[in-house]
Design a protein around this ligand. Structure first.
Ligand SMILES: [Zn+2]
Length: 313
């Protein structure tokens, strides 16, 4: 399947909005339509990109001129910073996602991008990741309705299942499943063709999330980033995490730090995946799980380690 920017129908009344190349901040979104009723899955990282997406949706589906419901799959800004452009929509997210959203407001991202040129290697890496986006003028727009575990949402006569599988990528990761069409909007539980990043974890819980997806037997997955995928991509992700566990356990027993382990681990059949610097954060999360530490890696420390690894240091 081709991987180009824009909207494409992935099932009857189901649409994916894709943003190649799927790397840092270039997220996907979804639209579900039944007659005049509409549900949007995620907004994008800034107002310009979200406006472009909403325009493409309105041109393809006139009912999308008014979005009834918005679901945010998780708290990262590339999935919710455009929320203010969907005024009037009922916004739903898991309780943990709603709580996490206030922790990194858009103003803080704008300030980081502004200061990045004075921040050396870390700043350069940060600009590589986020320099293409414009965080000015964004007003954090939070969900008014939250749930824990699972929630069924109606879009006209259609029923969607919201399934909370976090903490994994973030604390409250939520899947949106259209069971009749066997289409799954996975949010960042799946990065297709790229390394995942464990901001929350533990990784064992992410493996459990993969198993839940495989049990649903989806025919098509709209990942949070990257091209459309099938269940095979989730099998590969699960195998990747299991492989990392095995490797991290060995490296830890040899006394390596997480950064040394990330340098030493051969990427095997995942060597062509994008954003390989994320490996260090995944290994660090596994180290913490092995040590019984419940705290995920501090995001600033994670960026410092990724900047070092990305530079080949
Ligand atoms: Zn994302």
């Amino acid at each position: 399947m081709s991987y180009v920017t824009g909207l494409r129908e992935v099932g009857d009344g189901l649409y994916a909005y894709l943003q190649p190349d799927g790397s840092w901040g270039w997220s996907n979104a979804g639209l579900v339509v039944d007659g005049e009723r509409t549900l949007l899955i995620d907004t994008l990282f800034d107002l310009r990109l979200t406006e472009q997406m909403l325009g493409a949706m309105r041109r393809a589906v006139p009912a999308a001129a008014s979005i009834d419901t918005l679901v945010n799959t998780h708290a990262n800004g590339d999935h919710c910073y455009g929320n203010q452009l969907v005024g009037g929509a009922r916004i739903i997210a898991s309780e943990r996602t709603a709580a996490e959203m206030v922790e990194l407001p858009p103003g803080a991202m704008a300030a980081l991008v502004e200061q990045a040129p004075q921040m050396g290697e870390l700043g350069a890496f940060f600009l590589d990741c986020f320099g293409a986006f414009d965080f000015r003028g964004i007003e954090l727009t939070l969900p008014q309705e939250t749930f824990s575990g699972a929630l069924t949402v109606a879009v006209g006569d259609r029923k969607l299942e919201l399934i909370e599988v976090g903490p994994a990528h973030t604390r409250g990761d939520t899947l949106v499943h259209a069971p009749r069409e066997r289409v799954l909007f996975s949010g960042d539980i799946l990065f297709s063709g790229a390394h995942p990043i464990t901001w929350a974890g533990p990784v064992s819980n992410w493996i459990a999330a993969c198993e839940r997806i495989l049990a649903m037997d989806p025919e098509l997955i709209v990942p949070g980033h990257g091209p459309l995928a099938g269940a095979d991509a989730v099998r590969e992700l699960k195998a990747y995490f299991e492989y990392l566990y095995e490797q991290a356990r060995r490296c830890r027993a040899e006394g390596m730090t997480a950064l040394e382990a990330a340098r030493a681990i051969a990427l095997d059949r995942w060597a062509d995946w994008g954003d390989p610097e994320r490996l260090v954060v995944n290994v660090d999360n596994i180290y913490r799980e092995l040590e019984g530490d419940q705290q995920p890696t501090n995001p600033l420390v994670a960026f410092e380690q990724m900047a070092t690894l990305a530079r080949g240091g």
